[in-house]
Design a protein around this ligand. Structure first.
Ligand code: UT7
Length: 385
């Protein structure tokens, strides 16, 4: 059996329309555009409207990713939603997304790994594909932190924004897609980035609300130190694991939390400025959504293309971190006709001559036809941009 790789074949994002600028924040707390930009690299961030929820953003990003991938929701093998800000504690937001997409009976789960959630989810999806369990997996990173931010606390409210990004991973025979990954966690730093109320430790009461435990608390300095210590090393490790050097990486797409942290990680592994993708100035820190939003923009701007090798690194609550090396390949492998989700009825399989003479050749012809159409579509796409 040939190796199974998990290639990124579709991508989409959703960023709310409403822009919250540093000037707007100057009117809310004692801060300045100069301080925020100099210390973080942020100029503005997006905030959802009161009628939108996490699921709405996830669904919008997912629809675009499925359209680009040319994969129907019902042909997905799995949906993973990475978020720390779901619509509800239960049911899982992944099921809301699965239902809204029309991905009937498709398995779905929500994965919580703070800002590193998308890279954790990507790695998980890759395993399902590599092990032959699924052919197509939808991975979404989405965050609506503005509902948990205390807009009187200048040390956190200037940082976070809302948004969603999604990718479709598809099985491929080419050595491409997620080539290596590193996951890490250090719970000793849990209190440095925490939403103390609303869980089992501090269930919501009038007291927890009065104490403001329902809003995000961060010891920025500690998180900064942890990130500076860990992510350069994780990057170096993940590149080595892929059997590559930093020269082989075409684009570095880091978690957009702080420009100074990004630059120090890039310096540690020796990435020149032109290899770093930065959009923190326009979106702030969108946590689990930051890498997929940046990835989509990199594709849209032609900074990431077929054939490129990308490096991701993220860190955040947990404390946790994750890195991955991803090669973007041409979509070449046809989705096998009569795939396991559309199994041959038992009565056909039982009647072997019919299976051999009609079903299998028909499957091969349709598979080849599908491959041809896919090749033509990607040729068109390439020549359009
Ligand atoms: O996705 C992971 C999530 N978290 C992060 O990535 C956060 C990582 N940490 C950081 O990005 C930085 O630590 C911050 C941007 C949060 C803060 O920058 P800093 O250089 O570490 O500042 P600081 O916390 O050491 O504070 C320096 C000063 C303090 O004043 P004093 O005590 O020196 O008088 C703060 O009170 O800056 C003050 N300060 C502000 N001043 C103006 C803190 N926030 C603000 C603000 N505007 N918004």
């Amino acid at each position: 059996m040939s190796e199974r790789y998990a290639n990124i074949v579709g991508w989409g994002k959703y960023t709310p329309e409403q822009v919250l600028t540093n000037a707007d924040l100057e009117r809310l707390v004692e801060t300045s555009d100069e301080w925020i930009f100099k210390r973080t690299g942020i100029r503005e961030r997006r905030i959802v409207s009161p009628t939108e929820n996490t699921s709405d953003m996830a669904i919008a990003a997912a629809r675009d990713a499925l359209a680009i991938a040319d994969v129907r929701a019902r042909d997905l093998g799995l949906i993973i939603v990475a978020t720390s800000s779901p619509d509800y504690l239960t049911p899982p937001v992944s099921s809301q997304v699965q239902h809204a997409l029309g991905a009937r009976d498709v398995g779905a789960f929500t994965l919580v790994a703070g800002c590193a959630g998308f890279v954790y989810a990507l790695t998980t999806a890759q395993q399902y594909i590599a092990n032959g369990v699924c052919d197509n997996v939808l991975v979404i990173g989405v965050e609506l932190l503005s509902r948990f931010v205390d807009y009187t606390d200048r040390s956190t409210c200037v940082l976070f924004g809302d948004g969603a990004g999604a990718v479709v991973l598809q099985v491929s025979n080419e050595p491409a897609g997620v080539l290596s990954s590193v996951l890490g966690s250090d719970g000793s730093g849990a209190e440095h980035l925490i939403l103390p109320g609303g869980g089992t430790a501090n269930p919501p009461t009038h007291e927890t609300i009065d104490q403001g435990l329902h809003t995000l608390k961060m010891n920025g300095n500690q998180v900064f130190r942890f990130a500076s210590r860990i992510i350069g090393k994780a990057l170096r490790q993940v590149i080595q694991q892929a059997g590559l050097t930093s020269d082989d990486i075409d684009l570095f797409i880091p978690h957009q939390a702080n420009l100074r942290i990004i630059e120090s990680a890039a310096k540690y592994v020796g990435f020149p400025e032109e290899k770093i993708f930065i959009n923190i100035d326009r979106y702030g820190n969108t946590s689990a959504a930051s890498i997929p939003i940046a990835l989509v923009e990199a594709f849209e701007q032609g900074r990431a293309k077929v054939g490129d090798t990308l490096a991701f690194v993220a860190f955040g609550a947990g404390l946790s971190w994750a890195a991955a090396v991803v090669k973007v390949a041409e979509r070449v492998k046809p989705i096998p006709f009569l795939h396991s989700r559309r199994k041959t009825p038992a009565w056909i399989s039982a009647f072997n001559p019919l299976n051999t003479v009609v079903v299998k050749p028909l499957g091969t012809v349709l598979g080849l036809l599908q491959a041809g159409i896919q090749r033509l579509t990607s040729w068109f796409r390439r020549n359009q941009s």
